[in-house]
Design a protein around this ligand. Structure first.
Ligand code: SF4
Length: 333
């Protein structure tokens, strides 16, 4: 059986269930790299110039980890998924960069996703990708439709059950039961919105286990995946009107929505060396400042970030959040 490798990095957290469904529907076996660790990051970072952003370095490390384990590596080029909204240049060049800097990589399965070029072209490209596995057009169509349904279900369930991608994948693939989101009395727990790209916030190594640290500190953590597309769009429109970057809704849209919904604090996690993030986080931070109701913490990580420094900032921020919460709701002491 043909083995298709999928790196557990970059767009993995958004689209893995869809990709897995598609390739399995075509009769392929899907192999995923393990969680990011020091070795993966160091190996990836060694292939590129130092000012490459952290998630791309990690991504390359994942490709290296997969190289000997599969027949193909799947690296889609996602240019645009909305009219006149484009992705960061690092995404656009990811496939070519991988070919250049990891010559030992198995052949790369590439597909360009650019909705600005029309749906016909996208369907044609999906069909061409499917032809690498089967000559049966009906099988390709069935696999593509099943993949899209899987993606919609995945998104819907994450928002309904307030689950992270890892938690929802455990429900979808390992048969775990999705818990109902606990009704939160107004002052029962501290609500913290963690915004940022999924490949940072959901990567336990790159994020220094930020999500788990927040939960261990007694916070209920809300992430962009726990919002519906309509809610993200609403947050984006209320903050800046029209977005410019693909996935801007994960930062500006989520922060905008959570600011209005009355969370106790917002943490933005961004990668050092990321141009789009510096603009998006600044926009979200200004919005928070303008409203003046919600403490906002911006954390920037790279491969040299010291865990102790990050933890100190987090503890100081949570202290401030708790003080503000007690001032607003004295009975919550
Ligand atoms: S958006 Fe930022 S973190 Fe993401 S790939 Fe582009 S430069 Fe890197």
């Amino acid at each position: 059986m043909v083995k298709v490798g999928i790196p557990r990095a970059m767009l993995y957290y958004q689209y893995y269930p869809m990709w897995q469904s598609f390739f399995r529907g075509l009769g392929a076996e899907v192999v995923v790299s393990g969680e990011t660790n020091h070795t993966i990051l160091v190996k990836g970072a060694a292939r590129v110039v130092p000012d490459t952003c952290l998630p791309v370095k990690a991504f390359l490390g994942h490709v290296i980890a997969l190289a000997a384990k599969c027949d193909y590596i799947f690296i889609p080029t996602v240019r645009s998924i909305q009219p006149k909204v484009y992705n960061c240049s690092k995404f656009l060049g990811l496939t070519d960069m991988t070919r250049m800097v990891i010559p030992e990589s198995p052949p790369i399965l590439d597909i360009e996703i650019d909705l600005n070029r029309g749906q016909r072209r996208l369907y044609r490209d999906i069909y061409r990708l499917g032809q690498r596995f089967t000559a049966n057009p009906f099988k390709i169509k069935r696999a593509a439709l099943a993949a899209w349904e899987t993606h919609c279900l995945y998104r819907q369930l994450m928002a309904e059950h307030r689950q992270t991608p890892a938690e929802m994948m455990a429900v979808l693939f390992d048969g775990e039961k999705a818990p109902s989101p606990a009704p939160e009395p107004a002052c029962a727990r501290t609500l913290i919105a963690l915004v940022g790209h999924p490949y940072l916030t959901n990567d336990r190594y790159l994020s220094h286990r930020l999500l788990e640290r927040l939960r261990a500190a007694g916070c209920t953590v809300l992430t962009p995946e726990m919002l519906t597309g309509a809610q993200l769009k609403q947050g984006l429109e209320e903050s800046i009107g029209q977005g410019y970057w693909t996935y801007e809704d994960e930062v500006v849209g989520a922060a905008g929505y959570y600011l209005q919904s009355g969370v106790d604090g917002i943490i933005s996690l961004q990668a050092f060396g990321c141009g789009p993030d510096s603009l998006m986080t600044d926009t979200a931070q200004r919005q928070a400042k303008k409203l003046g109701t919600t403490p906002f913490l911006s954390l920037v990580v790279d491969e040299h970030t010291a865990e102790s420094g990050l933890v100190t900032r987090l503890e100081a921020f949570l202290d401030m959040v708790h003080i503000r919460k007690r001032e607003r709701q004295p009975l919550c002491r």
